[in-house]
Design a protein around this ligand. Structure first.
Ligand code: FES
Ligand SMILES: [Fe+2]
Length: 404
């Protein structure tokens, strides 16, 4: 993270604290149509043009500890097998036999020397190559070379593994723009996985994603927790191309340190920004990470139909060497879970509201502009021609997006 960016953030936080209105010329937002949270036709568009074509967080390399370690990952609806090969590389394939679609694996995770289809026994190696099949004499002109498992794009940001079902997607690191450079201070090649847990919530995935893109709600739903130490009125926001964004919220008191993290080892190369402020990144579309000097959670949001979703919470920490991540993590994770419950408490009722005739659209303000930015990107992904007029979000933020 470069010094100019750090200085600019410090200046802008002071500006945000003092301002009496949004900056001169900042637009008003048309309401975001409620049907975007309720219509199954809209869900189908999101499925085809967002979830099936985005770089999505899948796992940490600690979850694939040895040659042949694999995970069956179905978050986009497709069965995807993520596996560590003999060369140590992590690859992803459809869990779909090239004979007649039998599954190679059926459990959630495991370790294998290769994969044998349960249906008629076609055998693949860890790199997805078809290496053996029963009664080969009965196949006329079968080219084994052309019948390897279908590969899914799989790339890494340090130890974090992402997949993308779009074979033509731009490389992950290019897609993430300035984010990998900013996150480099967290030693991504040695960062470790501490813990994962998921939570089902009865609302559209965007009801909760929206909540994690703003801090306007701190004084209400986090009044006894986050609001006691963060000053939402000083929040600075950076909007980047492709829907990504960063929110920087200052601590109320200079020098304040989260008591829950005292005594935890920190990343040695961390800059002053995550020490002085709460930084929360959105890696578009569904990954939110509030980073801290001693580690961070990945909050990953997944749709499960129109009115149901799942949040995954994955924790990461500086490399602890041998042994475990240390006894302080349990309290840290429990404390965070309490905040997560505060965030989710109204979600089912909000979904009921959005589905009722009383809902006239979402009215956003200046400090909620990341939400509008997120929706603008969704419309770009779906494409103007496919988007029904009544569900469209008119672009407003173009000139406020930073091109590196
Ligand atoms: S479907 Fe896999 S061997 Fe027949
Ligand atoms: Fe919150």
């Amino acid at each position: 993270m470069d010094a100019a960016f750090i200085e600019r953030v410090k200046r802008n936080v002071e500006y945000q604290r003092e301002r009496k209105a949004p900056p001169e010329g900042f637009p008003s937002f048309p309401p975001i149509p409620g049907e975007r949270y309720t219509a199954s036709a809209f869900l189908a568009l999101e499925d085809a043009y967002l979830w099936k074509r985005s770089w999505l967080y899948a796992c940490h390399t600690d979850e694939l500890p040895e040659t042949g370690s694999w995970i069956l990952w179905k978050k986009t609806g497709s069965p995807i097998l993520i596996v560590r090969g003999k060369d140590g590389e992590v690859r992803a394939f459809y869990n779909t036999c090239r004979h007649r679609g039998g599954p190679l694996v059926k459990e959630a995770s495991g370790t294998a020397r290769g994969f044998v289809c349960g249906y008629h026994g076609w055998t693949y190696d860890l790199e997805g190559k078809l290496v053996n099949l029963r009664d080969r004499r009965d196949f006329v002109d079968l080219d084994l070379e052309c019948h390897g498992l279908a590969e899914v794009r799989c790339e890494r940001l340090g130890n974090w593994v992402f997949v993308n079902e779009d074979p033509k997607a731009e490389p992950l690191l290019e897609h993430l723009g300035p984010i990998p450079g900013q996150l480099a201070q967290f030693d991504l090649d040695t960062i470790r996985h501490v813990h994962s847990k998921s939570y089902d919530v009865a609302c559209n995935v965007k009801v909760l994603l929206d909540a994690f893109l703003e801090v306007y709600h701190l004084k209400s739903i986090h009044k006894d927790t986050v609001d006691r130490f963060l000053d939402h009125r000083g929040t600075e926001i950076v909007l980047w191309p492709k829907g990504h964004s960063l929110m920087i919220t200052p601590n109320r008191r200079e020098g304040w340190v989260d008591p829950g993290t005292v005594g935890m080892p920190e990343f040695p190369s961390v800059t002053e920004l995550p020490i002085r402020y709460n930084l929360s990144y959105n890696l578009y579309p569904n990954l939110v990470t509030p980073v801290a000097p001693s580690g961070m959670p990945f909050l990953v949001f997944w749709p499960n139909g129109v009115n149901a979703m799942r949040i995954e919470c994955h924790w990461f920490a500086p490399d602890w060497g041998d042994g475990g991540p240390g006894p302080l993590w349990k309290t840290r994770i429990d404390n965070f879970e309490r905040i997560l419950y505060e965030d989710t408490q109204f979600a089912p009722q909000i979904q009921e509201s959005v589905e009722s005739p009383g809902f006239r659209g979402i009215t956003l303000n200046y400090q909620e502009r990341r939400i509008y930015h997120w929706h603008e990107e969704l419309d770009r992904r779906i494409g103007g021609k496919r988007m029904p007029d009544a569900l469209r979000v008119e672009p407003r933020l173009g000139e406020f997006v930073e091109h590196a």
